[in-house]
Structures are given as C-alpha cells and as structure tokens.
Design a protein around this ligand. Structure first.
Ligand SMILES: C[S@@+](CC[C@H](N)C(=O)[O-])C[C@H]1O[C@@H](n2cnc3c(N)ncnc32)[C@H](O)[C@@H]1O
Ligand SMILES: [Zn+2]
Ligand SMILES: [Zn+2]
Ligand SMILES: [Zn+2]
Ligand SMILES: [Zn+2]
Ligand SMILES: [Zn+2]
Ligand SMILES: [Zn+2]
Length: 486
C-alpha cells in the first residue's frame, strides 16, 4: 500500500520496492509526488528530485506515466554522469596519501576549487586563491578549511558551535556509545575523530554520511560515504553501502545515529530514511536483542515537533538549544546568545541527558527530564510546557499553555497574537476570508495550471513543502515567525 503524506498541494508517495525503479536524477532515485486538483479523485503523479528544494539546482521532472524517448534517457544519463565528483573516492584517498607525504611547503589548497592540490596541478590553478603550508591539524579539521555551503539552499551547511558539539559528544560518550553514525554532521564527525586521537585507550568510531563530496578528500571509505539522506542513496553504490553495513556490525559496540538535516527538507522523507536505517540496524542485531529502534538523535527546530513525533512516537524533544557557528540567528553574539529554535529529538531516555546547569537548565522531577530554566511546570497540563525556552502561561479556555505574548481571542476561539487581524486571517492559499486552507476550492488548481502552462515543475512551484517553513502571503510561516531557511 502506498503511504501518502499530505503537504497541502503536493503529497509524497512511498512505494518501497517500486521506489528503486524510479527514474534517477544526479541525486539518485527521484521521489514520486502527487498533486491534487479539485474535483479529481486521483491526483496527478510525477517524479522530482529528492534532495533539491530549488528547481534551479535540480530541474528533474517526469510525469509518472510519461513515455521517455531513448534520446532523452541517454541525455539524462549523460547529465547524471557529468554531475559526479571529478575523482572517485578511491582516487581521492590515493591523492590524500600522496598529499600527506609532501613536505609542508608543498601542501596547497585551492580555495576557488575547494581541492587539495598535488604539485603537478599547481600551474592550472595559478590564478586562483591558494592557501599554502597546510598543516596536519588543518587536515584534521576539514570543516574549517572548506567553506560551508550555506548559500546553497539544498546543503544549508550550518556547523555546530564548539559548545554544542562538545556537549553532544560528552553526553553520548557518557551513555556508553562508542560508535556514531553521523548523518549530515561533518563537524561532529571531525570532533569525534580528533578526540579518538587524544583518547586512544577508549576511542569512539564515526562514519559520516553527507551529500557534500568534498569530504571524500579527507576521509577513507570506512569514515565517509557520499550519501543522500532524502532517499537513502549511496552515490558510490554497493561498495559504499557495504562500508555502511560493516560499520553498523563491526566490533559490537553501542552505536547511535546523529542527524542534523537541512530543515527545509521534507520531514516525511527524512523519517522514512531514518526508519529504514533503524530497521537495518535492528536486523543486524540478531534475534537475541529485544531493542526495536536504533538509538537516534535528530536535530531540528522545535516547531517540527508534531511531525517528528508523528514519524517517531517514541521520541522526546529536549529543551537543549543547539548553536551554530555560521548562522547569524543562532549563535552566541556579543550581546549574549540569541535563542536558537533548534532542539534534539531522541529516543534516548530524557532523564539520562543531563543539560548543563551553568546554562540555566534544571531537572523537573515530575517530567523526569532536564528543562530550560524559564520552562515552568504547569500543574494543570502536568508538564513543563514551554517549547521555546521562555515561560509559558496556561489558558483555561484553550486548555493548554501558550506563549506569554499571546492573548485569548473569543472571536477566533483560541489564543493568538494580540495584534492579529481578528476574524480576518482568511485562507492561507487564496486569502479568502470565508474558508480555511484545508477547504480551499482553489487548492492545487493554481499549481497544476502553472505546470500545464509549462512554468510549473520547472520553475514556479517549489517542493519546499514543509508547511511550517512555507511562506504565506504575509511572509511568515504557519507559526507567525519570519521564514527561516538553513
Ligand atoms: C545543517 S548542516 C549540519 C552540520 C552540523 N551542524 C555539523 O556541524 O556537523 C546540514 C548538513 O547536511 C548535509 N546535507 C544537506 N543535504 C543533504 C542530503 N540530501 N543528504 C545528505 N546530507 C545532506 C550538508 O552538506 C550539511 O553538512
Ligand atoms: Zn536531483
Ligand atoms: Zn583552483
Ligand atoms: Zn515538569
Ligand atoms: Zn498548562
Ligand atoms: Zn486561549
Ligand atoms: Zn481573533
């Protein structure tokens, strides 16, 4: 049975075995989407890229039943090949060995091309910006050498601040994990590897899975796989998939998965991948193990809580605020830390994850978890209810705790911002005040017309369909926050 997620206008269709037969874009098998049109029982289905939310980055589009000519298939194949990294991972490893054996004054890095240069290549980069005398410690910290791909909407490479990176490592080490599967966490992977050099007697192993192939230059095939987390695709095929399985099985030590995906990515696709990994892990445990889910930490903004819990009911959202170095909104500033909306979602036992007292977190013995200092326990809800770290207040009419700045509006029938246009919020989709988006008669129609006119899938509509980040007419997301993309 197909599993369908409703994103408003567009839904994702999972078909499992059939998914393997989906046409491929440069980012691996594409995803089947369905667009619904009013009055039609069945929507129209099409394939589009799993990884790129911006059609400019990957313009793949094909109707489900569309006949594709041999010539177009060939052109597509060539296009996919042309997007492959310039070297294979094995070649990158051989280059690295040669590079590391060079004397310091011959170790150069091309900033423009983001590549470690061998002496024979210097002349072709002579007009480029070059860094020289690359030290061993620089080679151990590729996340500092490479420039983060933060402007690229699909990569959204925001790197952990040291504070958050060390906190995470200390917690997981303390809980006895000696293997970490790092999904989209290059800086965390790097920290684990560095600490293992310092702590040879009790090291932690780490395998990084990330779409940023530049990391192949620095890590062996047992340390890094070029990977797409939206469709669980290994770019290096069977060989890399085997390295991943070997990592999960080797030496029998406790493994945890830590994922920090770009948060414009579709939650349902990520949940599907993480479940798949967990299932692979479970099967590898053998029959003796009663554990049913792999230990996981999914790092994502708090306002995705309902959808993450929908994918993983066993997860808890922790109050810990994750900071990033290169994100202007979420890092420690001169004037103190701006509150980061990014949290840890995990199936680890919340009471075991001790949040730092010096940052104001405290233990709530009723909820049996650490919470932020201002998150007060509400005796009516019987929980520490704040999501954003500020003190929330209980509204008897709504029967739940709400943000302190909200007021109960009897006309709207719930708590909301005091300066909202009462009763005039109308429909997200068309602005009409007579109905809400769910009942919108033009839901889906606009997009389909755009596609028919040839603008649709290639340019106009976006698969940036996480409702909470989707911009509405007021330039705000569904939570009244300014849209945040990372
Ligand atoms: C928000 S950053 C997280 C980095 C992490 N905070 C760290 O410091 O290690 C997102 C990461 O996911 C990677 N990424 C983006 N899209 C991906 C995809 N489709 N598959 C796998 N990794 C992806 C990016 O290259 C980036 O490293
Ligand atoms: Zn693609
Ligand atoms: Zn260059
Ligand atoms: Zn509590
Ligand atoms: Zn309450
Ligand atoms: Zn209320
Ligand atoms: Zn109102």
């Amino acid at each position: 049975m197909a599993d369908i997620e409703d994103f408003g206008n567009i839904e994702v269709i999972f078909q499992d075995e059939e998914d393997k037969k989906a046409p491929r874009c440069p980012h691996g098998p594409t995803i089947l989407f369905e667009i619904k049109c009013k009055g039609e029982k069945n929507g129209r289905r099409f394939y589009a890229c799993s990884a790129c939310r911006d059609r400019k980055e990957c313009s793949f589009f094909q109707w489900e039943k569309e006949k594709v000519s041999e010539a177009r298939l060939l052109a597509r194949e060539q296009q996919n090949l042309s997007k492959l990294p310039p070297f294979s991972h094995a070649q990158y490893c051989a280059r690295f060995r040669e590079y590391a054996s060079l004397p310091l004054d011959q170790r150069r890095f091309c900033v423009d091309c983001q590549i470690l240069l061998l002496p024979g290549e210097w002349s072709s980069h002579s007009s480029h910006h070059i860094l020289s005398d690359i030290t061993v410690s620089q080679l151990r910290r590729p996340s500092l050498l490479l420039c983060p791909l933060e402007n690229n909407k699909s990569n959204a490479q925001y790197l952990f601040a040291d504070r958050s990176c060390h906190f995470l490592l200390d917690v997981l080490f303390g809980l006895g994990f000696r293997k970490v599967l790092c999904l989209g966490t290059p800086r965390f992977h790097e920290l684990i590897k560095m600490q293992s050099i310092d702590n040879k007697s009790d090291p932690i192993k780490s395998l990084l899975l990330d779409i940023d192939f530049r990391y192949s230059q620095f890590y062996g095939q047992d340390e890094f796989c070029h990977y797409n987390m939206f469709n669980h695709h290994f770019f290096n095929g069977e060989e890399a998939a085997k390295d991943f399985l070997d990592f999960l099985t080797e030496d029998g030590s406790k493994v945890v998965m830590v994922a920090d995906p770009p948060f414009g990515g579709l939650v349902k696709l990520l949940g599907h991948t993480f479940s798949k990994i967990s299932e692979i892990w479970r099967k590898l445990q053998g029959t003796e193990s009663s554990a049913s889910e792999m230990p996981m930490v999914w790092i994502f903004p708090y306002f995705f809580e309902p959808r993450i819990l929908n994918c993983f009911p066993s997860f808890t959202m922790l109050d810990y605020q994750v900071d990033y170095d290169n994100h202007p909104l979420y890092k420690h500033g001169k004037s103190g830390r701006k509150q980061s909306p990014v949290r840890l979602f995990t199936n680890l036992c919340p009471k075991d994850i001790v949040l730092p007292k010096e940052e104001g977190y405290r233990f709530c013995s009723i909820c049996e978890r650490y919470v932020s200092g201002e998150n007060k326990h509400c005796s009516i809800c019987n929980a520490c209810t704040s999501k954003n770290g500020k003190e929330w207040k209980h509204c008897p009419e709504c029967g739940k705790c709400v943000k302190p700045s909200w007021l109960h509006c009897s006309l709207c029938g719930h708590c909301t911002l005091p300066n909202h246009q009462c009763g005039q919020m109308g429909c997200y989709n068309c602005g009409d005040q007579g109905h809400k988006r769910k009942a919108c008669p033009s839901k889906g129609k606009k997009n389909l017309q755009q596609q028919k006119s040839g603008k649709g899938a290639k340019g106009t509509f976006s698969l940036d369909t996480n409702k909470t980040t989707g911009k509405n007419k007021r330039g705000k997301n569904a939570h009244g926050k300014k849209k945040m993309v990372r």
